[in-house]
Design a protein around this ligand. Structure first.
Ligand code: SF4
Ligand code: SF4
Length: 107
């Protein structure tokens, strides 16, 4: 798990709009980062999906994580996603690619 957390920090947090160079993540204690919260589930999706199409991973994100989070109607209708305020949704492709690179020993 540690290697994935480090890779997420280096590759996602580093470019996240909710981060700042000096202090890191700027979310306060009342806000939650979906990438951190759902990392085990995200890993499960990536490790159990064998497809060249990102859409296949994205559908699983909605069907397994979003439905149990704030998404309604099969993972749709999340106001955080609609406002581009969910880090997991915002950077999902990059997160999948980062996890695959860790698994391939590239990072
Ligand atoms: S919101 Fe999440 S992805 Fe963005 S900097 Fe904070 S911990 Fe990293
Ligand atoms: S898009 Fe919405 S429902 Fe899906 S993980 Fe993010 S906050 Fe939760």
């Amino acid at each position: 798990m540690e290697k994935y957390i480090k890779a997420i920090r280096d590759n996602i947090c580093a470019i996240c709009v909710d981060s700042e160079e000096e202090t890191g993540c700027t979310l306060n204690e009342k806000e939650t980062c979906a990438v951190e919260l759902y990392l085990p589930e995200i890993l499960e999706i990536v490790h159990n999906t064998d497809s060249e199409y990102m859409d296949d991973y994205y559908k699983k994100l909605k069907n397994t994580i979003c439905v149990n989070c704030r998404g309604k109607d099969n993972g749709e209708n999340c106001y955080l996603r609609e406002d581009a305020n969910c880090s997991l949704d915002r950077y999902f492709s990059l997160i999948v690619e980062t996890i695959k690179k860790v698994d391939a020993g590239k990072i």
